[in-house]
Design a protein around this ligand. Sequence first.
Ligand SMILES: Nc1ncnc2c1ncn2[C@@H]1O[C@H](COP(=O)(O)OP(=O)(O)OP(=O)(O)O)[C@@H](O)[C@H]1O
Ligand SMILES: [Mg+2]
Length: 250
Amino acid sequence: MSSSDAIRMEKVCYSVGGRKILQDFDFCLERGVNRTILGISGAGKTTILKLLLGLLQPDSGQVFIGDLCITGIPESQFMQRRKRIAIVFQGGALFDSMTVGENVGYRLFEEGRLSRNEIERIVLEKLRFVGVETALDLYPAELSGGMKKRVAIARALAADPDYIFFDEPTTGLDPIGVYNICSLMQRLQGEGKTTLMVTHDLDTAFATSQRFTFLHQAQMLFEGSEAEMRSSQIPEVREFLQPTEGSLFV
Ligand SMILES: Nc1ncnc2c1ncn2[C@@H]1O[C@H](COP(=O)(O)OP(=O)(O)OP(=O)(O)O)[C@@H](O)[C@H]1O
Ligand SMILES: [Mg+2]
């Protein structure tokens, strides 16, 4: 993909079990602009990431990676493009039966393109980047929540993606863990990676992103900068930023 390429959805509708999760949803992630999608639990944030990756198909509307519409075509036809995007799943999704090193190198071993030595070099480099190289031979069950998230980030970095999607990367971490993950995201952005995060954690969002999308009841209710969001008069946005008794979201 060239640097001007974007990942976007146009008029996407998606329902699960008769419930509308997205209705005519438009979204664009341009290269170099770090974005966060905010919304309450169950709003459909993880669903958006899966749609953008082609892991789910919309009921209607289209998803594009660069100039290629990936909606309705076989995965094999957009695999090359999807390789430029990595995702750090909510909860990490590490393979329990593999060591940290095997988890991080898994994709590269599967591809079979690089030698074992080369893969081991990359695995160590990525683990060093996230600061958990000492965990190389440990199993996920032996790691703290914060370490698991960092290993999941190292795994996402192994294939040297241009775009990294983060699904709730700081949920469940203590303040130091949150700080570490935010710093990591900022370093990745400094190295030219474009990040898209979905979260309901405002501090993480404002620390790491320039543009914000607020998803509520299947619609994009707000799109803009932090300053625009903070001064928004949209009741649901105000409520999300500063919840009150008798919340609109109950
Ligand atoms: N496979 C599924 N079967 C049934 N319902 C589903 C399925 N996947 C998602 N949903 C529903 O779709 C809605 C959106 O789910 P999604 O996981 O995208 O929300 P979310 O915004 O990521 O929530 P959270 O902040 O809790 O992670 C939820 O109400 C969820 O219950
Ligand atoms: Mg989610």
